[in-house]
Design a binder for this molecule. Structure first.
Ligand code: G3P
Length: 215
């Protein structure tokens, strides 16, 4: 699977987010590789309406009721989100906060992908029983020269072995080879942003990356 984090990139905001969501759906339909779009909240419903699977970039540990300015799992689920990233290196959470958020998701049919910047952190967050763990060394995010696959194959292998949950890998992912190496090391997919979101032709880039899952 390929998870495309739209982040707060201008190139993935508003109508551009909808266009990118359409690209994600089309590539999934044609390649049969699951592609998840992760837009900003204000673009969520419009992206859901393109038919693509959507996750949100973050959830808050608050219940429905007397709270102002927070994001609840019930609200984003009702808007069509299928899941969420949590603890991304660009939106780190205290472990207690992460635990409370996972408790609020509870038994809902709602996917939780917890991000971890190291094998040690991956082992800690595995205790919250997520659907996916995304291993992303922060220092390689948006790198133009390296990727998690080329620079940290040993850590990928260690995370896959240790956590006992489906692992996504991210940070600098930009080539079919990055995907192939990740799959070979036991990852279920990749979590990426800049290489697709900032591409001249995101569809062509996404199709190319999807080839990495075909043997
Ligand atoms: O959430 C994925 C993101 O942090 C990876 O960023 O630009 O290195 O693909 P990028």
């Amino acid at each position: 699977m390929i998870v495309v984090n739209f982040k707060t990139y201008r190139e993935a905001t508003g109508y551009r987010a909808i266009n990118l969501a359409r690209v994600c759906r089309k590539v999934q339909e044609d390649t049969k590789i699951r592609v998840v779009a992760v837009p900003q909240l204000a673009d969520l419903r419009n992206c859901v309406e393109t038919g693509v699977d959507c996750w949100v970039q973050h959830l808050d540990p608050v219940e429905q009721g007397k709270n102002t300015g927070w994001v609840t799992v019930e609200d984003v689920e009702e808007a069509g989100a299928r899941g969420t990233l949590l603890n991304h290196s660009e939106h780190k959470l205290e472990m207690l906060t992460l635990e409370k958020t996972m408790q609020l998701i509870g038994e809902m049919a709602f996917e939780a992908c917890i991000c971890a910047g190291s094998a040690q952190e991956a082992e800690v967050v595995a205790s919250f029983k997520p659907d996916f763990i995304a291993y992303e060394p922060p220092e390689l995010i948006a790198s133009e020269t390296q990727s998690v696959a080329s620079a940290r194959p040993d850590i990928i292998e260690e995370v896959v072995k240790k956590v006992g949950y489906p692992v996504l890998i991210g940070a600098g992912v930009k080539s079919v080879e990055d995907v192939r190496v990740g799959v070979k090391l036991g990852a279920k997919g990749v979590l990426l942003a800049s290489h697709v979101v900032l591409a001249e032709d995101p569809e062509q880039v996404l199709r190319e990356l999807a080839r990495g899952f075909k043997n």
